[in-house]
Design a protein around this ligand. Structure first.
Ligand code: UD1
Ligand code: UDP
Length: 356
């Protein structure tokens, strides 16, 4: 049978694209399955177009829902598909509900599962993604890690070393492959920015779901806007939740629809700093050398702090941290995590070819 890749949400596409391409170069028969967790022009179509991914062979169309409802819908739809296609291997990416559901469906049918971006741990079970990561790694047969800390976590959890492969970061393959297209000057012109500016993204339930927290967050972002223009492409979850607390009224906060991959990273490339609660954005800013302030009490991506530009902040410390970054300016040189070199997809494909 073919290799079957499952994507569900926005951050899955830049992880899957280099693996898909490297397997195609090796002549491997493969199919792309989208669960439909994310959908529409700005959360789905634009990524296929910009990242040269083919239209998925199947879109399961599961859409939005509670954790149980969404996970269950992916679980049943993927089971049907696996019975029909009988793949040699199922490849899942990251930590979204689609990832854990697809992995579980395959594991129960005795179909081998490979997990790309295995072993990341925030050790914070209040994050839905942490539960998805722990469960997916537990049932995966082959585990691809982006960083040494992830390899260590998997080892500590009793996973045999010969199933764990430190391969680097496929999301960074995609970043480096498209670097020439990230046009900061064009982004400035498009958004009418002429001074220093900050890009922000906010969508984590812990930040936006509770009205009192969300209101404090809006307040913290307003304090940033007192210092620089803030461009805030809002994920649908952030948009819904933050609207309920009166959204942003500061004249220097520009709230936008989610941006395409190329437009977003063009904007990030020219920013003085990024304020985020995203996982992937912590990694991308690390490689671009753009200071990143992560509004979270923890991160499952510690190499972005030890080998990158990332710092953890709170709503209370955010404005002062931004002020420091604006004063210090962008770093001239910065370290990059080991193996984040643009060849992770190739390394993953080499292992997969050996195993199928
Ligand atoms: C999901 C992931 C999260 C990831 C994020 C990336 C889980 C548990 N969460 O969060 O890890 O960081 O994607 O972007 O899998 N909606 C739309 N359009 C869409 C998708 C969602 O309008 O294309 C709205 C719906 O109202 C939905 C809400 O956003 O209820 C949340 O969507 P959901 O897929 O449940 O989780 P995300 O917050 O997107
Ligand atoms: N991204 C994008 N447009 C946006 C915001 C983010 O293309 O408006 C990209 C970003 O560059 C990264 C991915 O989406 O490649 C990160 O996804 P997200 O923050 O939604 O999820 P997380 O990484 O937190 O799971």
């Amino acid at each position: 049978g073919p290799v079957l890749h499952v994507t569900g949400a926005r951050p899955n596409f830049p992880k899957a694209a280099p693996v898909y391409r490297a397997l195609a170069e090796r002549g491997v028969s493969q199919q792309l399955v989208h669960t439909g967790q994310h959908y529409g022009q700005q959360m789905f179509d634009v990524f296929l177009r910009q990242l040269d991914l083919p239209r998925p062979d199947v879109d399961l169309g599961v859409g939005s829902g509670s954790h149980a409802a969404q996970t269950a819908a992916v679980l049943t739809a993927v089971e049907d598909l696996l019975l029909e296609r009988r793949p040699a291997l199922l490849v899942v990416y990251g930590d979204v509900n689609s990832t854990v559901a697809a992995a579980l469906a395959a594991a129960k049918l005795g179909i081998r599962v490979a997990h790309v971006e295995a072993g990341l741990r925030s050790f914070d079970r209040t994050m839905p993604e942490e539960i998805n990561r722990v469960v997916t790694d537990r049932i995966a047969d082959t585990l691809f890690a982006t960083s040494p800390d992830a390899v260590a976590h998997l080892g500590n959890e009793g996973i045999a070393a010969d199933r764990i492969h430190l391969v680097g970061n496929p999301m960074i393959d995609t970043l480096l492959a498209h670097l020439d297209r990230f046009d900061a000057a064009k982004a400035r012109a498009e958004h009418g920015l002429d001074g220093p500016y900050v890009v922000a993204t906010l969508h984590r339930p812990a930040n936006v779901d509770h009205p009192a927290d969300a209101a404090e967050l809006v307040h913290a972002v307003h304090a940033v806007a007192d210092q620089a223009d803030v461009v805030l492409p809002l994920h649908p979850r952030g948009r819904e939740r933050l609207r309920s607390v009166g959204l942003f009224t500061h004249p220097r906060v520009r709230v936008l629809e989610p941006l395409g991959y190329v437009e977003f990273l063009g904007l990030v490339r020219g920013a003085e700093a990024v304020v985020t609660d995203s996982g992937g954005v912590q990694e991308e800013t690390t490689v671009l050398g753009v200071p990143c302030l992560t509004i979270r009490p923890n991160t499952e991506r510690p190499v972005t702090i030890t080998h990158g530009t990332n710092r953890l902040v709170t709503r209370a410390t955010l404005a002062a941290e931004v002020e420091q970054r604006l004063r210090a300016g962008r770093p001239r040189t910065w370290p990059t995590p080991p193996l984040w070199d643009g060849h992770a997809g190739q390394r993953i494909a080499d292992v997969i070819v050996r195993e199928i």
